[in-house]
Design a binder for this molecule. Structure first.
Ligand code: 9YW
Length: 430
């Protein structure tokens, strides 16, 4: 272990590398996730990357979030990708989506709502709290509208859990969590298309064709109804309660409540309290005590999804579980960590479907590790959190700031010089 530790880059090198990556991926007010592969502004990437920017350039961090919210839809939704400028290297782009607000072209779906979490982090870390709170106050009503959109458009039946209607919305596109639910989506006679991702990254590291056909079928069906949220919820052949999205939303609501208190927005506090209360009941239905993990649920069949993924640890980040349950989750994380070399794999390494190199079906992701370690620390599981941080530091030091990593041999995979990986490295230095 000492040898591995000795290989880690010194603090100043981590900072220099991370800062360079963010600066090089800065396209003017927004940061692209990675050159070549992802040329636009992604929603949860931006929010996570803003926290990284805040470590050395707070003004730029605010700008990142302000740019993201400039693309907010009239109904409150904040889209999963904003197409600020045309680019031919990504598919599906603006011509396929044909969506957006009056000012911005975008996709017609959303992503896990990290932004309020970033806002709180930036305010708390700011050297000038008053000025930071002014920036935060301008974002506050937009954040409220987005979170309200989640509750109304995505939980119209009051389950306490919001629905995710497309695997891309989950941010964990080809996770084994979605295998059965996605297989049930019929493939429509969609227009022929050429995947651009395979021009940048080895196909063994990316989702498969059968998955892409269904991703696009959903896109075209949503487009056909003009992305009308009221219709989408009822007509989508894919509708799940994603444990990651719901955990991020819960945590974001807690942080938004904190902000509402700072800003004396009393009515908003009551509204957020009602969302949190509803969600707590919802989470109860996702807990699997015998497996020691939270699961996602297929809303269309009512079944709890058997695949155990790292998303199932994120209620720790939300602050949802009791301390007893948090200990059970920590034990499950330790077990997974013991069976690979680098934690935390995105999928149960003991499952036959585990693939250490394929995207969300096994690899380690720095952003998930950041959320897990934040949660572990808040429950007092410091040793385990340190282990996960050490593993991520070793991976990024020895393999590079990759999109994701093989948990068995540590190889970097997907895109290199990846913005959110760099941002998380900065976050762990404080
Ligand atoms: C794609 C940008 C995005 C992330 C997602 C990740 C991937 C895009 O990249 O999706 O084309 O597959 O799954 O979480 O936001 O980094």
């Amino acid at each position: 272990k000492e040898q591995v530790e000795a290989d880690n880059l010194p603090r100043s090198d981590i900072i220099a590398r991370s800062v360079t990556i963010l600066r090089e991926n800065d396209f003017g007010g927004y940061t692209i996730p990675a050159k070549g592969l992802y040329p636009y502004q992604w929603n949860w990437d931006s929010a996570l990357v803003a926290m990284g920017w805040a470590m050395f350039d707070e003004a730029r961090a605010w700008e990142e979030l302000e740019t993201l919210f400039s693309a907010q839809w009239a109904d409150g939704m904040v889209p999963h990708i904003v197409f600020h400028r045309p680019c031919s290297t990504y598919f599906p782009g603006p011509d396929t989506w044909q969506a957006g607000s009056s000012t911005h072209s975008s996709t017609g779906i959303t992503q896990p709502p990290v932004a309020a979490i970033s806002v709180r982090k930036i305010v708390e870390g700011s050297g000038n709290r008053e000025a930071a709170l002014r920036r935060a106050a301008a974002l506050f009503p937009k954040l409220m509208r987005w979170h309200r959109w989640f509750v109304t458009a995505r939980d119209p039946e009051g389950r306490g859990l919001v629905a995710t209607l497309h695997p891309w919305e989950s941010g964990m596109d080809n996770s084994p969590m979605w295998d059965e639910a996605l297989a049930a989506v019929p493939v429509d006679p969609i227009p022929p298309y050429v995947r651009k991702d395979l021009g940048h990254v080895d196909s063994a590291m990316r989702p498969k064709q059968a998955e892409y056909d269904r991703y696009l079928t959903l896109l075209y069906r949503f487009r056909a109804v003009g992305y009308d949220p009221a219709q989408l919820y009822h007509m989508s052949p894919f509708r799940v309660s994603d444990v990651c999205t719901n955990s991020v939303l819960y945590r974001a609501n807690r942080d938004l409540r904190w902000l509402a208190l700072q800003l004396n927005e009393t009515e908003a506090v009551f509204e957020i309290d009602s969302w949190l209360e509803r969600a707590r009941a919802g989470f109860e239905t996702l807990w699997d005590g015998s497996a020691g993990i939270y699961r996602s649920q297929n809303q269309l069949t009512g079944t709890l999804i058997p695949a155990a993924t790292s998303g199932g640890f994120l209620p720790l980040f939300a602050g949802v579980p009791s301390t007893d349950r948090a200990s059970v989750l920590a034990d499950t994380i330790s077990r997974w960590a013991d069976s690979v070399r680098y934690s935390v794999p995105s999928f149960d390494p003991a499952d036959v479907r585990f693939e250490p190199l394929r995207y969300w079906r096994g690899p380690v992701w720095a952003i998930v590790n950041w959320m897990i370690t934040d949660g572990l620390r808040s429950y007092g599981h410091h040793k385990l959190a340190e282990r996960v941080i050490r593993d991520t530091r070793t991976l990024t030091s020895s393999s590079g700031m990759y999109e994701y990593f093989n948990p068995i041999d540590g190889a970097g995979a997907g895109g290199n010089n990846f913005s959110w990986t760099a941002a998380m490295c900065l976050m762990w230095l404080d």
